[in-house]
Design a protein around this ligand. Structure first.
Ligand code: ADP
Ligand code: MG
Length: 244
């Protein structure tokens, strides 16, 4: 008998270390983390402040490089890319929702969301169509032509999430994406993430709240740069109930 075929691995961290600074001042933000994310999996990352959660996401998103070990996205080590190629992979394969929103103030919501596609050579008209679809997905199509300064914090956050989801990206990274949102909007955003993952993406979600982690299939707990525990959530066995 052959083993059932597992979904494709979209993100893998292999023995990843990240040390900031050196000598006596060195901070070991990550001390040997292994993680495998397959298509269809949403994994929550929890742990106290300073445990390495944001460092882990930055490495997974190619915004920072490991001191040792490797980060593999869709089967290719990020090490093997040059700068320009890495920027391209980040726009195409990786969706990253920042803790701080980073919308470009001079661009409208639709332009902000369309930007990564346009940088990839998608024609402006097509990029706008995709951007409007992504804004629709996060429930804010009416904001398309507004500028960030004219939006509430929660609205800006939804636009940032639309930008992270636009296009065919399959590795979605979110660092406390519900931070500036009221709880109802926060849940909606997690629902969007969950739907994208169910449609074949993989997601890594940093959160402080057990209620949010319940949207994930697994929870990974970090302490002092190490994974100290990893377990399934009720979503795995009773997802529909846990998420209802
Ligand atoms: P978390 O997101 O879990 O709060 P971080 O990943 O932000 O944790 O930080 C992990 C550790 O690494 C902390 O001790 C933090 O002070 C340190 N750290 C993070 N980024 C840097 C940096 N750029 N330079 C020096 N130390 C850093
Ligand atoms: Mg953090």
């Amino acid at each position: 008998m052959t083993a059932p075929r597992q979904p494709e691995i979209l993100l893998e961290l292999r023995a990843v270390h990240r040390t900031h600074g050196d000598g006596a001042a060195a901070v070991h933000a990550l001390r040997g983390v292994d993680l495998v994310l397959r298509a269809g999996e949403l994994v929550a990352v929890m742990g106290p402040s300073g445990s390495g959660k944001s460092t882990l996401l930055n490495l997974a998103g190619g915004l920072d490089a490991p001191t040792a070990g490797e980060v593999v996205v869709e089967g290719v080590s990020l090490d093997s890319y040059g700068r320009t190629e890495l920027a391209r992979v980040r726009r195409r394969a990786l969706g990253y929702v920042f803790q701080d929103l980073n919308l470009i103030p001079a661009l409208t919501a639709a332009e902000n969301v369309a930007l990564p596609l346009e940088l990839d050579g998608v024609r402006a008209r097509d990029a706008r169509v995709e951007a409007l679809r992504a804004l629709e997905e996060v429930g804010t199509p009416q904001l398309a032509d507004r500028f960030p300064d004219d939006m509430s914090g929660g609205q800006q956050q939804r636009v940032a999430i639309a930008r992270a989801l636009v296009g065919p990206r399959r590795v979605l990274l979110a660092d406390e994406p519900t931070g500036a949102l009221d709880s109802e909007t926060g849940e909606e955003v997690l629902a969007v993430l969950r739907r994208r993952v169910d449609a074949g993406a993989a997601g890594l979600l940093v959160t402080h709240e057990a209620r949010h982690a319940a949207w994930a299939d697994r929870v990974v707990f970090l302490r002092d740069g190490l994974v100290v525990d990893a377990g399934e959530t009720s979503a795995t066995v009773g997802g529909a109930v846990a998420r209802a």
